[in-house]
Design a binder for this molecule. Structure first.
Ligand code: ADE
Ligand code: ZN
Length: 340
């Protein structure tokens, strides 16, 4: 029987590498958790809240995203948030996920680091045991805050080193170059953690260079604006540096005007290790499969190209080499069976 593109995308095994757990907070769960914590949201109904999800840039989104996260108070809240995401991706054939959390969004409101990470970790363990989804956890530093605050967060994170794979850098990009956190990231690397950074989403190609050469990242999150600098593209290809690209996020935050002009094909054609991810799916209108599908429709992607993107997702992951190869083989087998 012929496999349609929708079916092909729905069934292909894939990894997600760029996902903010606070960005999976669906309005219905947000109201439920706000109610049980006796907190009020700025909006009276789910419909009113959803109507506010209209963004002209990254900052407009971040303001709403942080205010939504403010109702998360207890360990169980972080568990419920993470568990809901894992159930969702289980239905989308995500077999491995590497998720960010933003500790400072919570610790600055007086929620202890321990409650945040324990709830997320417990859900990830259940995800592994019950759903068979493997995972890694990335502590993300809010770049609009100070170096001192970042150091404090890193110190807290280091107490849970066994639960953490990497340190990331997110939030308002413009005016907050990666170099601001050179010493924090150096310390993280010395402690044996991998590092990644959002760069080239709204910020210039120079920020991508800084992420590579000053922070010494293992992946670039987004990286769209790298394409403005031919030498940078060459360097990213030479280093096989993965980019975790987020198509629906790019559309909603006006990083691209239309998905038909999304640069992911150009990235693949130039030999860059681009991957597809959902970033903040509750806010941007889709989880990972909706991202693949929107791209496939806008750019008329072939099954070969979708397969390449799924293989890249494992290649770019922080899985062990043998596990990467095993997953890539599984994707190849899927292609052979469904390229009809
Ligand atoms: N935090 C959550 N989503 C983000 C994004 N797309 N860019 C920067 N910071 C973020
Ligand atoms: Zn992001």
């Amino acid at each position: 029987m012929h496999t349609t593109i929708d079916q092909f995308i729905a069934g292909i095994p894939k990894a997600e590498l760029h996902l903010h757990i606070e960005g999976t907070f669906e309005p219905e769960l947000m109201f439920e958790i706000a109610h049980r914590n006796q907190l009020k949201l700025k909006y009276a109904t789910v419909q009113e809240l959803k109507a506010a999800y209209q963004f002209n840039n990254l900052q407009e989104f971040l303001d709403i995203y942080y205010s939504g996260a403010n109702v998360l108070m207890e360990e169980q809240d972080f568990y419920d948030l993470t568990w809901a995401y894992l159930q969702k991706i289980h239905s989308q054939k995500v077999v491995h996920t590497e998720i960010f959390f933003d500790p400072q969004t919570h610790t600055l409101r007086g929620v202890p680091f321990n409650k945040v990470i324990s709830g997320i970790h417990r859900a990830l363990k259940d995800g592994e045991n019950i759903l068979g989804i493997s995972s890694k956890l990335i502590v993300s530093i809010l770049r609009h805050l100070s170096e001192e605050a970042a150091f404090e967060t890193l110190e807290q994170a280091l107490k849970y080193k066994d639960w953490i794979s990497a340190v990331g850098l997110d939030s308002s990009e413009k005016g907050h170059p990666p170099s601001k956190f050179e010493r924090v990231f150096e310390k993280a690397r010395k402690e044996g953690l991998l590092v990644v950074a959002h760069a080239g989403e709204e910020g210039p190609p120079e920020y991508v260079w800084e992420a590579l050469d000053i922070l010494k990242v293992s992946r670039i999150d987004h990286g769209n604006r790298s394409l403005e600098d031919a030498q940078l593209v060459e360097e990213l290809v030479r280093r096989k540096m993965p980019l975790t690209v987020c198509p629906l996020s790019n559309l909603q935050l006006k990083v691209v005007q239309e998905l038909t002009s999304h640069p992911i094909l150009e990235m693949l054609e130039k030999g860059m290790v681009a991957t597809v991810n959902s970033d903040d799916p509750a806010y941007f209108g889709g989880y990972i499969n909706e991202n693949y599908l929107a791209l496939a429709q806008a750019l008329n992607l072939s099954k070969e190209q979708i397969t390449q993107l799924a293989k890249n997702s494992f290649q770019a992951s922080f899985l062990e080499e043998d596990e990467k190869l095993r997953m890539i083989e599984r994707v190849d087998d899927y292609f052979q069976e469904n390229n009809i």
